[in-house]
Design a protein around this ligand. Structure first.
Ligand code: NDP
Length: 415
């Protein structure tokens, strides 16, 4: 049994993680949240108490932390006696937090691949540039590190394994489709950190097809999808974390990621990019002020966490997996539907943060009870998905399966 959790970061996803860990503090024990700006941690804890989210009375404390400083993270882990770290800070802090976990033996969970602030879109496979270099160290220290454990990456990796194991003898392709059919009512906003969001789309679009990395430009390849609940939607092939681990674990399959975008988003994005305002490289103004254009854009756009109160509509995120079963071609769509307004009512967040924040808490609960405490570094598709689906059915993110015209829960689909 592992207990006591440290949440790192105090943004939109951390808000969800805080509420969900509080709702399950009988399993997870003492709760702590640490971030750069401690007042944001205080506000999150206040919202947890305002919703009466703590399942039983217990500790929930805020701490100031620079997570880029491994020594500081290590010291905090030791001082608080936490055994599980849920890192939902900026992806720039992943490797320093992981280092502290390796030193202390605490389990590590994150929801995005590590990024170097000065580099965009490094060579594939992206996990090979940072995280996987520490795999042997995790194994040697017996540290469980679950990488990319949000929704996408995260649940979509589990969906792929489930579809392949349950319904196929041979997998041919994995297409991950992320549609947000919600409306936040703003002229323009990203759904999570604008800096991270734009960095995803300014580089090369890497996909894994015909056993090799293929390169495209953003918005070069688009197609219409007809999906449950959200209907017909156009999505564009995009670079994304999960392609880089699924391609390693299922090299025989084509692996692509598709993100839904409206024309308005594409127009604004294109203007910003063509003007150079999405660059991560510093420029100097006439007044001698050095600024990073991307950080300036972030500063003037809405804080994604402020979108939640007025967000309406639903998300549909899933995997269309194609393969061969008993000599016949087959295809399965494994997916989840989430509702922005319901997420706000429950935890005070919009649906994108909700879908990203609930899975790492489920992972923490499965580490706490030993199921996922495997003492090594793992991407989500390397874990048995069924305990995860079963738990998520009960804590807010049910998994559904569509096979031809039949739509059912994941457990009905295999009974
Ligand atoms: P936010 O930008 O809202 O929050 C990031 C938090 O990290 C902020 O509170 C920020 O502090 C904190 N932070 C940044 N640098 C440091 C530092 N050096 N030390 C301590 N804290 C720091 O992001 P989100 O909540 O939207 O996203 C969190 C993570 O989740 C990101 O990695 C994102 O990529 C990932 N994500 C994953 C998804 C998935 O489905 N897999 C979907 C959406 C997001 P401050 O408040 O001071 O700025």
């Amino acid at each position: 049994m592992k207990r006591n959790v440290l949440i790192i970061g105090a943004g939109g996803v951390a808000q969800v993680v805080a509420h969900k860990t509080a709702q399950n503090n009988d399993v997870l024990g003492d709760l702590h949240i640490a971030s750069r700006t401690v007042s944001k941690c205080d506000s999150i804890i206040a919202s947890v108490h305002a919703k009466g989210a703590m399942k039983q009375s217990g500790v929930f404390e805020a701490h100031q932390l620079d997570a880029m400083d491994s020594d500081a993270v290590e010291a905090l882990i030791r001082k608080l006696g936490v055994q599980i770290v849920i890192n939902v800070g900026s992806p720039f802090v992943n490797m320093t937090v992981l280092e502290a976990c390796i030193r202390t033996g605490a389990s590590y969970i994150d929801t995005a691949i590590h990024e170097d602030p000065a580099k965009i879109c490094e060579t594939p496979p992206w996990y090979g540039n940072y995280e996987w270099k520490r795999r042997e160290d995790c194994a040697a220290a017996g540290v469980t590190a679950i990488l990319g454990a949000g929704f996408d990456p995260g649940m979509v990796n589990a969906f792929a394994r489930f579809a392949i194991e349950e319904f196929m003898d041979e997998v041919k392709s994995i297409d991950i489709v992320d549609i947000n059919a919600g409306d936040h009512g703003k002229y323009f906003s990203t759904n999570f950190d604008p800096e991270i969001n734009f960095r995803e789309f300014t580089g090369t679009v890497y996909s894994w097809q015909q056993g090799a990395w293929q390169e495209n430009a953003m918005f070069e390849v688009g197609r219409e999808w007809d999906l449950p609940v959200v209907g017909k939607q156009t999505a564009y092939m995009s670079g994304h974390d999960e392609v880089h681990s699924l391609a390693a674990n299922y090299p025989q399959a084509d692996v692509r990621f598709w993100m839904g975008f409206g024309d308005h988003y594409i127009n604004v994005f294109t203007v910003l990019q063509n003007l150079g305002l999405l660059s991560e490289q510093p420029v100097t103004t006439a007044e001698g002020l050095e600024v990073v254009p991307l950080k300036v854009v972030k500063a003037v756009l809405p804080d994604p966490s402020t979108l939640a109160p007025n967000y309406t509509g639903k998300t549909c995120i899933g995997d269309l997996v194609k393969g061969i079963k008993e000599g016949q071609e087959t295809e399965v769509f494994v997916y989840n539907i989430s509702d922005h307004a319901e997420a706000y009512r429950e935890v005070g967040s919009q649906g994108i943060s909700y879908t990203a924040g609930v899975p790492p808490v489920a992972m923490a609960m499965l580490i706490a009870n030993g199921t996922y405490d495997l003492g090594t570094m793992l991407n989500v598709e390397e874990l048995d998905p069924k305990p995860l689906f079963a738990l998520l059915d009960t804590i807010g993110l049910p998994t559904r399966v569509k096979i031809k015209d039949t739509d059912m829960t994941w457990d009905q689909s295999i009974s």
